[in-house]
Design a binder for this molecule. Structure first.
Ligand code: SF4
Ligand code: SF4
Length: 377
């Protein structure tokens, strides 16, 4: 039976976070059970984009610092790394590390920040869908990976936590390729489970002190949850987290596919919860992500009209400054910037919501048509 540790932590005051992260890992046997002395340890936070910790888009630096310190205490040598959305370039990494507080964590703790942007092709014969994948070289050169996810909603995947966090080991624009190839939520979720199985993090720790609800993973509302969660089993961790915030676990594609593959029963009772009382930590009022139908099998000609009435559509707002980032990163080239403003061709759009996720101005909103609201209840 998989164990999930839950420890209350209501704010990001460093000493409180240190105590909560330590206790959550101690409940699972302590950091020395996972990190041999001298091991090269990659700590992989969610660094989706260059944003300040209080926006609740990235894993909070206090959680990263507390984990780095525990790993160092166990004798591990830490590198902090992730591939944010968009091209995997040193200049972008520098901006993300600075804005998210990782640069400061590295200065305080002496941990290294990854600037190696090389990709390597790896075989994964046991993958259900992905038998070969492109991974950041820094990932395969580490001995141990510790994933530090952030609890958030996600337009395409409904929820992002432990399993979705591992998508960040795929470098930059290779991620766009997966969106283009795996347009159904279930195929995309299968790929995420394959990537997680390839990376096999020794430990998953989730920053759920403040999560994000609504229009996550980047344009939602910071939502106080007040816990740190930890597990060696990312699926069990995600299931616990969804239950905690009131999302039906099997409505999340990753958990639905995991259940089909026999990785979870889908029931919280089959997880051994340790630490603070789960029922007292439950939150109410957490708004789910808007999401809609799978549009992949609908011919492009009818997609614009038919699905436009039912599914959640990306829509460019007046906040667009025409920077072109969405145009560069749309996996199916559905966006053109004309006269300083992005325009989306909904006949081509596969509703991956990458543009919504990456727009630095939060200028792409997700709109659920009224007909879709009725049918998707
Ligand atoms: S929608 Fe956002 S990412 Fe796209 S061009 Fe406008 S500001 Fe840039
Ligand atoms: S327009 Fe946006 S939602 Fe549609 S395919 Fe492109 S990136 Fe994805």
């Amino acid at each position: 039976m998989s164990q999930v540790a839950l420890v209350r932590c209501e704010q990001y005051e460093l000493d409180r976070v240190r105590a909560a992260v330590r206790r959550s890992v101690d409940l699972l046997g302590g950091m020395r059970s996972y990190v041999p002395s001298g091991a090269r340890v990659l700590i992989k936070p969610n660094l989706l984009q260059a944003s300040a910790p209080e926006e609740a888009i990235v894993t909070h630096p206090a959680v990263v610092q507390a984990t780095v310190e525990l790993v160092q205490e166990a004798g591990g040598r830490v590198t902090i790394g992730d591939s944010p959305i968009g091209p995997f370039m040193k200049s972008r990494l520098r901006r993300v590390y600075e804005a998210s507080g990782m640069e400061e964590v590295a200065q305080i703790t002496g941990a290294a920040l990854n600037f190696d942007t090389e990709a390597t092709t790896q075989a994964h014969p046991s993958g259900h869908l992905i038998k070969r994948l492109e991974v950041g070289r820094y990932v395969v050169e580490s001995d141990v990976v510790i994933s530090l996810s952030k609890l958030k909603t996600h337009g395409f995947m409904r929820f992002t936590g432990a399993i979705k966090n591992l998508f960040g080991v795929i470098p930059g624009t290779f991620k766009t390729g997966y969106h283009a190839k795996l347009v159904t939520a279930e195929r995309f979720a299968t790929m995420l489970l394959d990537v997680t199985d390839f990376v096999r993090p020794a430990l998953h720790i989730m920053d759920a002190v403040v999560g994000m609800d609504g229009d996550g993973p980047s344009a939602g509302r910071p939502f106080p949850i007040g816990v740190i969660l930890a597990s060696t089993d990312g699926v069990a961790l995600d299931l616990t987290a969804t239950e905690l915030v009131g999302i039906e676990p099997l409505s999340v594609p990753v958990l639905k596919v995991a259940a089909r593959l026999g990785l979870t029963s889908g029931r919280l009772q089959d997880i051994q919860l340790v630490g603070d009382a789960f029922d007292e930590a439950r939150v109410t009022g957490f708004r789910p992500a808007k999401s809609g139908l799978d549009v992949s099998n609908i011919p492009a000609r009818v997609r614009a009209v038919g699905t436009g009435l039912l599914v959640v559509n990306p829509r460019v707002t007046a906040a667009c400054v025409g920077c072109g980032m969405c145009e560069e990163n749309c996996p199916v080239q559905a966006i053109r910037v004309k006269n300083g403003r992005a325009q989306i061709d909904l006949a081509v759009c596969i509703r991956c919501y990458c543009c919504h996720e990456l727009c630095p101005e939060h200028a792409i909103e997700l709109r659920q048509p009224w007909l879709g609201r009725i049918f998707m209840r």
